[in-house]
Design a protein around this ligand. Structure first.
Ligand code: ZN
Length: 469
């Protein structure tokens, strides 16, 4: 069937069935699937079962609620289209669990009693991530109605532990490697840059976290008796931490930037065109001015450049009044945000080498690696990204932007590393939709355009050919 006719049919279908689609979403939102609270274990089961029954209604021949040591995973596979056994396979990942709702008294309407007002749907999970998951189901339904079948093979992996760092998904990824085979992974769990600007997220920073302990005398010492001959661990730590950056705001750890992939000129140009007011940004976060690495814009420094931050520092006497001691120890927690192709384990090694070489002989130290996560990126030039951009442009009537996020979504880099396939982060939420906070909501206008864009994306991929990188 001709593309224009198919997309029009899908649009008409979505419009004609909008009430039912929204009713289904409201039912989904009524389930209090708070993954972190043991009291809601039954709700987790209910949410998984609800999704599974919806997927069976959609005609998926394989639908499984997979038990884990925590909350169940929902997996569905449409199988290849009957007339095209070699069609592309798209994997859609999302999550049905939500954050806790306190402070409850700040909600204008109860978090698990969804209401629609001002063309927005209010409920916990509306924007993160039940609304976007529901969009995918509705888009598949419309696609099937428009062309009579699913023209691609679709696999869905919807987990119930995203908000608690997916502790059991990783085991499943290892065990079910074959079942998860696909050509591209599409995830709708990120935000658009701003209202009216459809966005695709093309990169996330990784993380390294560690703790530095400076160990001085065997116990706190009297600063009058011993002051002048014993190294003070707090002084030593302060000097060490101060040595971690140079005057140009660069991280002063030898080798730190060795694996940093330079930002492409086209990406830098695109970010430079995004609306960004440094003054408004400063006002919003309450600082008089910004800082950072010289030669890069604020968006580049937040999205595409690595950092090292001291997150906490403690030691010595913290009580009221004075206490005349040379403290026995001093401590700091640090994290680095990493960009492609930095490796958290290598960064940990480089930092430890810098610490060892910079500390005086007068103290000992301990360096503990707490956490590591790889950075991730899919090139905006990748055919799967370009097809997504074209679909967004068509349905939102505005040119989409490729943005990145400064934070980390560990599951994205895990999926990328396990499956070795491109990931397209096609987000339809808005930054101010109060996710994780009271009065979470989702804009229905973006939901409508987004569902159409998903259908358009699948139709474009079905029309192929999309060559892999
Ligand atoms: Zn989410």
């Amino acid at each position: 069937m001709e593309y224009a006719l198919a997309i029009q049919k899908a649009r008409d279908y979505l419009a004609a069935h909008e009430d039912r689609i929204l009713q289904g979403l409201q039912e989904f939102l009524r389930i209090a699937s708070i993954s972190t609270l043991p009291a809601h274990a039954q709700d987790m089961e209910r949410a998984a079962t609800y999704l599974a029954s919806r997927l069976r209604e959609l005609g998926f021949p394989v639908v499984k609620v997979i038990p884990t040591a925590g909350h169940p995973l929902v997996f569905a596979d449409s199988g290849p289209p009957a007339d095209n056994p070699t069609a592309l396979t798209v994997m859609i990942y999302g999550h049905y669990d939500v954050q806790p709702v306190d402070p409850l008294d700040q909600w204008e309407t109860p978090p698990f009693e969804p209401v629609i007002r001002d063309d927005r749907i209010y409920a916990r999970g509306a924007s993160d991530d039940k609304g976007p998951v529901w969009m995918h189901l509705a888009a598949l339904e419309a696609l099937r109605a428009a062309v009579g079948r699913l023209p691609l093979r679709f696999k869905l992996l919807i987990e119930g532990e995203e908000e608690i760092s997916s502790p059991h998904l990783y085991t499943y990824l290892l065990e079910a490697r074959g079942e998860l085979d696909c050509d591209v992974v599409v995830i709708s769990d990120t935000a658009m840059y701003a209202p009216g600007i459809p966005s695709i997220c093309s990169g996330l920073r990784g993380i390294f976290a560690g703790q530095i302990d400076i160990i001085g005398p065997a116990h706190d010492l009297h600063s009058g008796v011993y002051g002048g001959v014993v190294a003070n661990p707090i002084h030593v730590l302060a000097e060490l931490l101060a040595s971690f950056h140079d005057a140009d705001g660069r991280v002063n750890i030898p080798g730190f930037y060795d694996s940093v992939r330079p930002l492409s000129p086209s990406e830098r140009e695109a970010w430079a065109r995004l609306p960004f007011s440094e003054t408004a940004f400063c006002e919003e976060i309450g600082v008089p001015a910004l800082t950072g690495e010289k030669g890069f814009s604020p968006l580049e420094r937040m999205w595409g450049r690595p950092t090292l931050e001291v997150n906490g520092i403690w030691g010595g006497f913290q009580g009221e009044g004075t206490k005349t001691i040379i403290p026995a120890t001093a401590h700091a927690k640090i994290t680095c945000r990493l960009v492609p192709d930095q490796d958290p384990a290598k960064i940990a090694r480089l930092i430890e080498e810098a610490i060892a070489s910079r500390l005086p002989r007068t103290v000992r130290y301990r360096f503990t690696v707490m956490e590591g996560g790889h950075p991730w990126t899919t090139s905006p030039e990748h055919p799967y990204m370009k097809a997504a951009a074209a679909a967004l442009q068509e349905c939102f009537g505005a040119a989409p932007v490729f943005i990145r996020m400064g934070g980390s979504i560990p599951i994205v880099s895990a999926l990328a590393r396990q499956l070795g396939k491109p990931i397209v982060l096609l987000g339809f939420s808005l930054p101010n939709e109060r996710i994780h906070a009271p009065n979470e909501h989702f804009h229905l206008a973006n939901m409508r355009c987004g569902m159409q864009a998903l259908v358009a994306y699948w139709l474009r991929l079905a029309a192929g050919p999309v060559s892999a990188e």
